[in-house]
Structures are given as structure tokens and as C-alpha cells.
Design a protein around this ligand. Structure first.
Ligand code: GLN
Length: 194
């Protein structure tokens, strides 16, 4: 069975564990670097990207995560998407710099703190309910990035090679289609290696 970790330094971990298990893979909450070793893929959850980065530094996760991402699939949601971006609007530096895209944090504004929207996600399905909470959006993407979904012309889900990201929280509904999509990515990556 595929084994997928959920980075468990901060944020919505339990819900991702449940969604991965409902999608047919084994899920583990990852609190220590050593636990990355036998994983086939990793989810970086929503939460608060600056708080998560502080903990990534505190527990020396930055380089091990970058190394893991070289050949294993990673799926970042909300704050996790911010961690994956090469560029963050208004900031000089970014975090893991995995996906060739620029993101803007808290981009839907203070007045609309949280909202739900019906999304069409390429390769995943239609009528997908996206739950957005102080969500970022993707401002622009490089040529290798495939845009999977837009909401009011703003990019809210994308894929680059074995990296997947969503500005919303797919773990907060019982629609597991996006997690199933990621499990398939993890399966194909494993078949390539085997
Ligand atoms: N606004 C948060 C950040 O910048 C992300 C919010 C979320 O993950 N729900 O990290």
C-alpha cells in the first residue's frame, strides 16, 4: 500500500490523514525528519505559512523536504501551497521553491475571510466545492505549470510535474476527488522508480 505523509508541524493534519485513508493509501502524521524516509508522497497542510516555516527551521526540515521533493510527489494546500511557491508577492524570499509560480497571501482580502465556491478542476471533476480560508491565490505561473482550476479568473489549483497545489482546503469536505488524484500521482511516480 502507498504510504503518504502529512507534515504535522502545524495546521489541519487530522483531516488530511482521514482524506488520504479514504482515498486508499496509508497516511502518517510526520513530526520528525527521519519519518520522511519511507514515504511515497507528502501533503503539506493549510495553517499559517510563516508559523509553519518557523517550525520547519526549528526542526531542520528545510533541506530534507527539498531533497524529498526531488523525486517524490508533494501536495500543498493553502499555507502548504505558499510553502511550495518559488515567489511570494511582496517578499524577497520564498520557502521550498518547488513550483514555478508567484503567490499572493491572504489574497481574497480581509472582508471575505472565508468562503465556499463551486470549482471546475481539470482532470478531477466539476461541481467541486472549494473551501477557502484566508486563502492565497496564484498570480502567475511559468510555462511548465498546468493550471487546474480558476475562481473568478484567479488561479486556485495547479500542477507542475509531481507537484500539486490548491489554494483551498480539500480536506474539509468529504469529497475526496483531489486526494484521489494525488494518490494516483504518487502511484505513477512509484511505478516510474520501480
Ligand atoms: N493565510 C495563511 C498563510 O499565509 C494561509 C491560510 C490557510 O492555510 N488557511 O499562511
Amino acid at each position: 500500500m502507498l504510504k503518504i505523509g502529512v507534515l504535522a508541524l502545524q495546521g489541519a493534519v487530522r483531516e488530511h490523514v482521514a482524506a488520504i485513508e479514504a482515498s486508499g493509501a496509508e497516511a502518517v502524521a510526520v513530526k520528525r525528519v527521519a519519518e520522511l524516509a519511507d514515504l511515497d508522497g507528502l501533503v503539506m497542510p493549510g495553517g499559517e505559512s510563516t508559523a509553519m516555516r518557523r517550525l520547519i527551521d526549528k526542526y531542520d526540515f528545510l533541506e530534507p523536504l527539498k531533497e524529498f521533493a526531488q523525486n517524490k510527489p508533494v501536495f500543498g494546500t493553502c499555507a502548504g501551497l505558499i510553502l511550495m511557491a518559488k515567489r511570494i508577492q511582496g517578499q524577497d524570499s520564498a520557502h521550498l521553491e518547488l513550483i514555478d509560480m508567484t503567490v499572493e497571501r491572504n489574497a481574497f482580502g480581509r472582508q471575505v475571510d472565508s468562503f465556499e465556491a463551486e470549482l471546475m478542476i481539470h482532470g478531477v471533476g466539476e461541481d467541486y466545492t472549494g473551501v477557502f480560508i484566508r486563502a492565497p491565490f496564484i498570480v502567475e505561473v511559468g510555462p511548465e505549470v498546468e493550471i487546474l482550476s480558476k475562481h473568478n479568473d484567479r488561479i486556485v489549483a495547479a500542477k507542475q510535474g509531481h507537484f500539486l497545489c490548491a489554494a483551498f482546503h480539500p480536506e474539509l469536505t468529504d469529497d475526496y476527488r483531489l486526494h484521489q488524484y494525488f494518490v494516483k500521482m504518487v502511484q505513477s511516480a512509484k511505478e516510474v522508480v520501480a
